[in-house]
Each structure stands twice: as C-alpha cells, then as structure tokens.
Design a protein around this ligand. Sequence first.
Ligand code: DGY
Length: 323
Amino acid sequence: MSKPRILVTRRWPAAVEKILSDRFDTTLNADDIAMRGEALSDALGAYDAVLPTVSDRLPAAVFDSVTPRARILGNFGVGYNHIDVDAAKARGIVVTNTPGVLTDCTADIAMLLLLTVARRGGEGERQVRAGEWQGWCPTHMIGTKVTGKTVGIIGFGRIGKAFAQRCHFGFGMDVVFFNRSPVDPTEAARCGARQLPTVEDMLALSDFVSLHCPGGAENRHLMNATRLASMKPGAFLINTARGDVVDEAALIAALKDGVIRGAGLDVYAAEPDVSEALRALENVVLLPHLGSATEETRTAMGMKVVENITAFFEGKEPPDRVA
Ligand code: DGY
C-alpha cells in the first residue's frame, strides 16, 4: 500500500522531519515561508494530510475553494484558532493539536514577561547596550516588587495552572483566577490559587493580569477598553495566549495614558506585524511568539503530530482530535 502523502508547511526539528519522512511520503516546505490562501487550498487538494502551524491561516475560504484530498490537519501547536474547524469538519477533515507538551515552557515565558516588565529589564538592557548607563544610583530605573503582589489569571487550563504555581510557590504572589467553568477548589489550592466569579472581580484585585485562554471568536477583545480601565491603577497586563484576546488599539491608548503601567506581550493581533505605536512604547516588553520555543518542546510538539497522524492513518482515533 502506498504511503500517505503529507505536507509539512514549515521546517520542523530535524529529528521529527526524519521520522515523518521515514513513515510517510513527506514534502517539506523547504523555503520555510508561511503559507496562505490559494497555496493552502492547493495543498488540501493534493495531500492526504497537511501539517500547519499558527503562521498558516486556514479560514473557511481556504476549504471552500477546493475538493479536498486531505483527511486530516495535524496542527503543530495547541492553539488552533487560525483554522476554521467548522469549515474543516464540514469537508470531513479531522483536526488535531498538541496539548500538554508546551505547558511549562509557555508558563515560563509568561513569568519572564511578568518579571521583565515589572523590573524594567527590557529598558535596562536597551540602556546598557546603547552605552547610556550612567552608573548605579538609588533612583535609577525603579521597578515594581513582585513578591506579595496579586496576579490574576484569565483561563485556568494547563498553562494557567502552571503559571499560577510559578507565581505562588516560586515568587510568593497571591493568585486569583477567572475561568468560564468552575474549577475544583482543591485543584485550585494545589496550584496556590482561588477562583473568582467574574473577570471584573479579578481585575479589581490584580496587580498583574495574565491571559491564558484560547483565541478566536469566544474571547476576541476580552480585554477591551472598559476592562483595561477597570484594572488597578499601576497594574500590568501579560499576554502569551493570542493577540486577538486584547483590543490592541485600546491597549496602546491605556499604556500611553497611564491607565495601566505596562504590558508584556508574546502574541499580537496581526503577527508578525507589530504596530509601530506599540514598538515605540518603553513600558512594554515585546517578544516574538516564543512561548513554546525550546528545543525540547518543539521536538515534543512534532512528535505529538506524528502520533496523531500515525493513529489516524492506522484507522485509530487520534489522541488529540479537536474536530
Ligand atoms: C501554540 O502551540 O498554540 C503556540 O502558540 C504556537 O502555535
């Protein structure tokens, strides 16, 4: 029997590409450029499986303009709001993701952003590199102490919980969270956190607010101008979830007007474009979507995709099926 034809849209860790190439009739996107529109439609028409990443957008139009040969999309990533899963489902295409393996590394990046923005690490680094540092003095680049402060988490899934543990047990912070469904208080306590009934209750208490909910329609602009204004004066916003969870124009205004004190961002509304207005601000720390960017994690993500598509082509239920 011939091997399934699969397309990998970006370069992956070499060890995973090797397994894919051994196991399947694999095409690698050698130029490593994100795929869009027609190219993705053509891929759905030509391959049995397409393995996209967050950089490849698959809205309904991509599915509508083709009679798909593809039967599975093995997404390299846990977030899949770049794929219109209803459109995929309507065309009989299964979608899988990679949960669990990027939890710690993404929580680490949220912690790094929290510490960097609170302690002005980005500004300090820029100052030293520019040769502008005038030496130690008691009033130089004063930041905010983290220990004893309250952090509010929106979305208490795997990453939210791992971040709570870091904040509470590692940095002595009080942790509260908002989650759409109730979380067992024992489980919350295990993470050093307690659930609050509304986002507003959480915002009113939090010196830091960190987003760990999915992107897409249900959470689009969850942090809008009103919610930003109801954060505590001097509070900070951290986003390692998805750019569309925050109204970026409202965030820029809030940062400029001192409504909030700072932000640490790893994700943006129109990645990889980051607005000039945001880049011009000193009170933000900006990372290029590094949440899962470690050797170990990217390899584990790739192996999860291998596991999912192997199960699928063996006629079994893929372990991480989302649609
Ligand atoms: C994820 O896994 O969702 C990361 O953000 C990369 O897509």
